[in-house]
Design a protein around this ligand. Structure first.
Ligand code: ZN
Length: 255
């Protein structure tokens, strides 16, 4: 049976996500940017919260943990490496650990870089993943705690998933990311097409998320250090991918 996903805006530019397994009547929220918005979404769907799946410890991802846990008596799942920073954590998960949500298998992968111990939730059978602040459409998370090499390794994990995998990022940053992406790879036709689509969606107030592994590999500069055009524009022809990635991240930070 398919998993139901309910997506809604939270705070300024976060997304709230509820996932619901019909068979066992379980519902999880991915992170807790805003307890009120999540409660409203639960009421709207008529679902009872059973789990909180945290991606990392930043406040716009865990702020609603205790309030929602108090209300629903749900279980809080998070990275073992974040156990002292995630409020109300009950279940600590390590890299590559698997668990069942209803009848759906979830594999957790550690994607340190934005923070140490950031994790992503990959529902392999459904070909969907919740990638938190590791990957954004046409962008990636800022490197606050890890190193560029660590972040590049984390992004490569996501790139290895099947191309059709739908990626649910935690923020709607696509339109602003597109300006930087075009600045370093202006001749990329698929990127040009994506930017037209993104501008069209945003003009109507619609989400550009989820994206897919295929689309990001074709358009996201952070996944494209192999692009000749990017290498030329950065004057880094033939340089190793991790160094080119680090340069792209550095340029974006001061863009
Ligand atoms: Zn964050």
């Amino acid at each position: 049976m398919a998993l139901e996903i309910f997506q809604f805006p939270c705070l300024d530019d976060n997304y709230g996500y509820l996932i619901h397994d019909n068979l066992l009547d379980q519902t999880a929220t991915i992170d807790t940017p805003d307890a009120d918005a999540i409660t409203l979404a639960l009421d709207q769907k008529g679902w009872q919260l059973t789990h909180i799946f945290n991606t990392h410890h930043h406040s716009d991802h865990v702020d609603g943990n205790l309030e929602l846990k108090d209300k629903a008596n749900c279980k809080v799942v998070g990275s073992k490496r974040d156990q002292d920073r995630i409020p109300g954590i009950d279940i600590c998960i390590s890299d590559n650990e698997e668990f069942l949500f209803g009848e759906h298998r979830i594999i957790v992968q550690e994607t340190s870089g934005h923070t140490i111990g950031h994790i992503v939730y990959h529902l392999v059978d459904q070909q969907i993943a919740f990638v938190g602040d590791t990957l954004f459409s046409l962008g990636c998370g800022r490197i606050f705690e890890g190193s560029p090499d660590q972040m590049w390794g984390s992004l490569q994990k996501i790139m290895q998933w099947p191309d059709d995998t739908k990626l649910y990022c935690s923020h709607e940053y696509t339109q602003s990311n597109s300006v930087f992406a075009l600045s370093i790879e202006p001749e990329n036709k698929q990127l040009q097409e994506r930017v037209v689509e993104v501008n069209h969606l945003r003009a109507q107030g619609l989400a550009t998320i989820p994206t897919t592994v295929r689309l990001e590999k074709a358009t996201n500069p952070f996944l494209r250090p192999d692009s000749q055009e990017i290498q030329q524009n950065l004057k880094m022809l033939g340089k190793p991918s991790n160094q080119i990635f680090a340069k792209i991240r550095e340029l974006k930070d001061s863009f």
